[in-house]
Design a protein. Structure first.
Length: 336
């Protein structure tokens, strides 16, 4: 497959250069472009992509309200004490009811707004299926290219298949709080992949010990060799356990670097990223191709009339795509 990156306009090239030099406004502008699915955004990503890969990308996932944003706020403070630069991308699921959560995240993270070493961005889905993941992944690349030491992705996890940003992190942290039994069930049932680090936040709660026992019970079923998933008690609101989270993140990084897992993981992640973008675009292309297409409507009529089964109709639709411009040709009725 011959793949050549297309040219980048001079204007975008200039913005890309500013972004690469660490300019926060350029980064913010570029992210807005990818968020709006503006082709200029894609050009910038194309231009800066060779400069990505330097950041330690960590995904923080877990149910809403467990304290992910609070934890990230505390961790940011700690990283800044170590003079490391930080970018945080908070990704909210498609629900319109999460507007308040977004605002909450902003308030919790405002104390870093004046620090040029910290870049914070929230992104919400505007309803396009897969569109958010696509934009968020590009935003994460832009943050990485801007020279941040760490890029943190905050997502609401557990069964949110459409927001699979977490698959694109080098390290995955699952944040829970006493009482998040659903998440433990999800781990146990294999619905959710075992994370690299587990944080039990709000550890001042009386059910914390029970929760930790349950988690350890699930982890005991996993491999006894290789990386052993630490379970950390934390109270993000008061700073308890945050230092330990930072230490474990560093340990995990050192572990995957030494074991060669980091490059393997990144290869796997990039593979699914390419597939995810292609799938999203293919779907969009198909939707555009069938809308107002009388031939498709006729074929659908036949499916509705039980003359043609849905799978055969799909095959016909895909075949019509292979020959551009040709309308879908449904297969002839089966001979009885
Ligand atoms: N009691 C207690 N509350 C906390 C702790 N950490 C965070 N919270 C509170 O939990 C609520 C949700 O926190 P937030 O960080 O927005 O959760 P997120 O939805 O996972 O990002 C906020 O009101 C926080 O102040 C903690 O360690 N103990
Ligand atoms: Mg949050």
């Amino acid at each position: 497959m011959a793949a050549m990156a297309e040219a980048v306009d001079t204007e975008q090239e200039a913005l890309a250069q500013r972004l690469l030099s660490g300019d926060r406004r350029a980064l913010a502008k570029a992210i807005t472009l990818v968020e709006n699915d503006d082709p200029r955004g894609w050009q910038i990503v194309r231009a800066v992509y060779p400069h990505t890969g330097g950041a330690a990308v960590v995904g923080f996932t877990g149910p809403p309200g467990v304290g992910k944003s609070t934890l990230l706020n505390a961790l940011t403070k700690l990283e800044r004490e170590h003079e490391r630069t930080v970018a945080v991308l908070s990704i909210d699921p498609s629900s319109p009811f999460t507007k308040g959560a977004l605002l909450g995240d902003r308030i919790r993270l405002t104390e870093h707004f004046l620090d040029p070493g910290v870049f914070i961005r929230s992104m919400a889905n505007r309803g396009a299926l897969g569109g958010l993941s696509e934009a968020a992944l590009q935003a994460a690349l832009l943050m990485d290219a801007s020279g941040r030491d760490v890029v943190w992705l905050e997502t609401v996890g557990v069964g949110q298949a459409e927001v699979d940003i977490i698959d694109h992190a080098d390290t995955v942290v699952l944040v829970l709080m006493p009482g998040s039994g659903d998440s433990i069930q999800a781990l146990k049932a294999g619905v959710m992949e075992i994370p690299d680090v587990i944080v039990v936040n709000k550890a001042d709660h009386p059910l914390t010990d029970t929760m930790i026992r349950e988690i350890k019970g699930v982890l005991a079923l996993g491999p006894s060799q290789g990386w052993q998933v630490p379970v950390i008690r934390a109270q993000a609101a008061t700073g308890v356990g945050i230092e330990q989270v930072r230490e474990k993140l560093a340990e995990h990084r050192a572990f995957i670097e030494a074991a060669g897992t980091l490059s393997e993981r990144r290869r796997r992640n990039l593979r699914s990223e390419v597939l995810a973008i292609a799938t999203y675009r293919l779907r969009r292309e198909l939707e555009a191709a069938i809308s107002d297409d009388p031939a498709f409507q006729e074929m659908l009529d036949r499916v509705v009339a039980r003359e043609l089964d849905p799978a055969s109709a799909a095959t016909a639709l895909l075949k019509s795509r292979v020959a551009p411009g040709s309308a879908p040709q449904p297969p002839p009725p089966a001979a009885h």
